[in-house]
Design a protein around this ligand. Structure first.
Ligand code: ACO
Length: 325
């Protein structure tokens, strides 16, 4: 089996910034509530004519440049998203065309906030067994398009963005262990009810605001803390490491209080946790993807460091992996 690692990273955040002060003018909320309950200060919003694939392609181009690869070197493109441009074809197909990655097979995966880690895990399997050489994995979302801007329970949480990484065979380090889980019995806690085959789009579904994210945040909070803690413990054990051996944790950025509760449970100091939640909010699959990219660019990850990605989201899914840089 070949050892697989990250050889390039890239990100793209749309230009428009929506602050908590802006939200105060839209719904009955306050900067104080949002900051203390979530840790979010602002988030990015894609332009009306910018779709998920537009964000994804810019992140992908940067990751390819960072990896010093050409699009035609790619064998596999996986896009993790819950906000594709359209029901079909996949965003990955759009990228394959947009990048001119003519050799690559391409598909999307739907694993919500854990999608980037799910994508890395899938790509690792293909590369380690020798089926493919170079894979591009992207977490990209335009959550603003499925956010109900009249619902203060959810609209303060989400934002848009994209992060990408290129995976290939490496001589040293690389992915040490991965762990995925799913508990479909609790899928009703977080979903978008309409627009699929269960409730196709109709006047009624629009009138009932069913094309927006519905979330029972309080129930999810507790499950998120438990699941992300468990995932960190399992994936460290699988890698033969203690949690204290980790140099940096890149958690899903849904809520600062969730992240700090997980850090406390696994006994790691704040300086080992990478945070970008204040700037971007919850961008689902794009959270861990952009955070990994920013951590590399800011020099927070050095050669030999052991980095944990740990994410939780709708499904309910959880995904974690440890990468030695
Ligand atoms: N401004 C002011 N007040 C608000 C707001 C707001 N934006 N939103 C809710 N409130 C009010 C509520 O109405 C409630 O008022 P009440 O007590 O009078 O009924 C009060 O604040 C407390 O509401 P809670 O829902 O209990 O607030 P909580 O502290 O749980 O925070 C939050 C809510 C931020 C959503 C939190 O529960 C959370 O982060 N949950 C987890 C989300 C998550 O992890 N999702 C999975 C990943 S996302 C994905 O997969 C796409």
């Amino acid at each position: 089996m070949r050892q697989v690692g990250v050889i390039g990273v890239g990100e793209y955040l749309p230009k428009r910034v929506l602050t908590n002060a802006d939200l105060e003018k839209m719904v009955d909320t306050s900067d104080e509530w949002i900051t203390t309950r979530t840790g979010i200060k602002e988030r990015r919003l894609a332009a009306p004519d910018e779709a998920t694939s537009d964000l994804a392609i810019k992140a992908a181009q940067k990751a390819l440049e960072d990896a010093k690869l050409k699009p035609e070197d790619l064998d596999l493109i996986i896009v993790a998203t819950i906000t594709p441009d359209m029901q079909f074809p996949s965003v990955a197909s759009m990228l394959q065309n947009g990048l001119s990655a003519s050799k690559a097979v391409a598909f999307d995966i739907s694993a919500a906030c854990a999608g980037f880690v799910y994508g890395i895990t899938i790509a690792q399997q293909f590369i380690s067994c020798g089926t493919y050489k170079n894979a591009l994995v992207i977490g990209a979302e335009k959550l603003s398009g499925i956010t109900d801007w009249q619902d203060r329970n959810t609209c303060v949480l989400f934002g848009d963005g994209a992060g990408a990484c290129v995976l290939s065979e490496v001589k040293t380090g690389g992915i040490l262990s991965t762990y995925l889980s799913c508990d479909g019995s609790k899928m009703d806690l977080l979903n978008m009810p309409a627009g699929g085959s269960r409730n196709p789009a109709s006047h009624e579904t629009v009138d009932r605001r069913l094309h927006y994210i519905k979330m029972q945040g309080n129930d999810l909070f507790k499950i998120a803390v438990r699941s992300m803690t468990e995932a960190a413990e399992i994936v460290a054990k699988k890698a033969g490491l203690g949690l204290e051996d980790l140099d940096l944790i890149i958690p899903h950025q849904a809520n600062m209080r969730i992240i700090m509760a997980v850090a406390k449970k696994i006994g790691l100091p704040e300086e080992k946790i990478y945070l970008n939640i204040a700037k971007y909010g919850n961008m689902s699959s794009a959270c861990t993807a952009t955070a990994l990219c920013e951590a590399v660019k800011e020099g927070r990850i050095k050669k030999g460091d052991k980095v944990l990605l740990d994410a939780f989201g709708a499904g309910l899914v959880c995904g974690a992996c440890i990468i030695e840089w």
